[in-house]
Write a protein that binds this ligand. Structure first.
Ligand code: FNR
Length: 393
């Protein structure tokens, strides 16, 4: 509505309303590094391409004279009322894109009342992001750590911040092979971007301390230096949450980054781990990254409250099936009852419509709001959301 009114007054929107134009503007606004990380996909990018082709393959057949003067897109999802079937996907390392990163997204999410799924790989600790949300709803996304104590610690913190659901992402137990990133020779984490949930975590601090102490017992060199750097880092993280991201760009806190790389995920993650989830949290559990109908059934048998059918925006496995195609099969396998969300390739309101028609209760947006963030910060994010949300048409 707002974009239309502005257009009628001859005003251009701050952010292009066409998604291809938005992408081009975002590319111009981002560093080569940030663009490679955000826009990049696994391998030859075939999964990413297929995500879009799957949407193109379906046509909307509009019905007329339906008699609804006021459109109502609200729905109940996991016991809460949402204004529209669209959530903000967890996006890690957004600090590459914008200084305020998750904090800016949180302010925009709050202004629009959109549920924000906080990333385990956020650029600010979840407590700081939730403070910016001012009561607007959020979920927390977890990567299952090799360290079970860290799993519990992150779940406990998410509960303490009032998260409405716990999303466990299953498809990233190892990082995808992403040529654009690899050819630039640095992942964001190498500069400490995207590890704020860890550097603000007491259990993580314990793990780092144990490792440094073990290294000291082994007589490895430079231990004292590392230890000092870690202490400084943790102090900064605790006392100046806003400032530590920049401090992390220095090479000294290597121990934190290396520990992070070692423990952030568990390549051995199995259904046995997931079977313990139900007793570890009272929050609704959402499993993200499901594509196969058998995995969907199994997840629901274990007591998952909802699934996100997703191929991680094509960032993990090259030449994987489109997430939308998987949705059709998963919905068919699980029947009409279970709550299913979809992401990967959603760019427009029409896409949301198609996803809903094919069995999704709601969708998550990954890259497109981040492009808005790159182009115009918090304002851009809101505009982007406005153009991709069916509620604004
Ligand atoms: C992601 N995604 C993601 N998922 C997750 O569970 N935890 C995370 O930390 C991240 N980080 C992340 C960073 C970036 C830069 C992108 C683009 C994506 C995946 C995300 O939640 C979602 O599944 C996809 O982005 C959806 O696809 P589209 O909308 O980007 O096509």
């Amino acid at each position: 509505g707002h974009v239309y009114r502005q257009g009628a007054l001859g005003r251009r929107p701050a952010v292009p309303t066409d998604d291809a134009a938005l992408e081009r503007a975002a590319r111009r606004a981002m560093s080569a590094r940030a663009w490679a990380y955000v826009a990049g996909g696994a391998g030859q990018g075939r999964t990413m391409a297929r995500n879009r082709q799957a949407f193109d393959a379906w046509g909307v057949l509009p019905r007329m004279a339906h008699g609804h003067a006021v459109r109502d897109l609200s729905l109940d999802l996991l016991g809460h009322r949402l204004a529209a079937p669209v959530l903000l996907a967890p996006v890690g390392a957004a600090g590459l894109v914008h200084r305020d990163a998750d904090l800016a997204v949180a302010r925009a999410a709050a202004a629009t009342g959109t549920t924000y799924v906080l990333s385990n790989q956020a650029s600010s600790p979840m407590e700081d992001v939730v403070a910016e949300l001012g009561g607007s709803p959020h979920w927390f996304q977890l990567y299952w750590s090799k360290d079970e104590g860290l799993v519990d610690s992150l779940i406990g913190r998410a509960e303490a911040t009032g998260a409405q659901a716990l999303v466990v992402t299953l498809d990233t137990t190892v990082l995808g092979w992403r040529p654009q990133d690899l050819d630039l020779g640095s992942l964001p984490f190498s500069r400490g971007i995207g590890i704020a949930q860890y550097t603000s975590d007491d259990r993580f601090a314990e793990i780092v301390r144990d490792r440094v102490a073990a290294a000291a017992r082994d007589g490895r060199e430079a231990v004292e230096v590392t230890l000092g750097a870690v202490r400084t880092l943790l102090d900064i993280a605790r006392n100046h949450p806003g400032a530590f991201r920049d401090n992390l760009r220095t090479p000294e806190p290597r121990a934190s980054v290396e520990t992070f790389l070692d423990v952030y995920s568990n390549p051995g993650l199995s259904w046995d781990h997931l079977a313990t989830l139900r007793s570890r949290t009272s929050l609704p559990v959402v499993l993200k990254g499901i594509l196969h109908p058998d995995d969907a059934r199994r997840a629901l048998d274990l007591g998952a409250d909802a699934l996100v059918v997703s191929n991680h925006g094509g960032r993990q496995v090259d030449n994987a099936v489109a997430s939308l195609d998987a949705l059709v099969r998963v919905r068919d396998a699980v029947g009409p009852e279970p709550t299913l969300l979809l992401d990967s390739g959603v760019r427009t309101g029409a896409d949301v419509f198609v996803a809903r028609a094919l069995g999704a209760d709601a969708v998550l947006l990954g890259r497109s709001p981040i492009y808005g963030l790159a182009v115009a910060g918090q304002r851009g994010w809101r505009r982007c959301w406005a153009t991709s949300s069916p509620s604004s048409t």
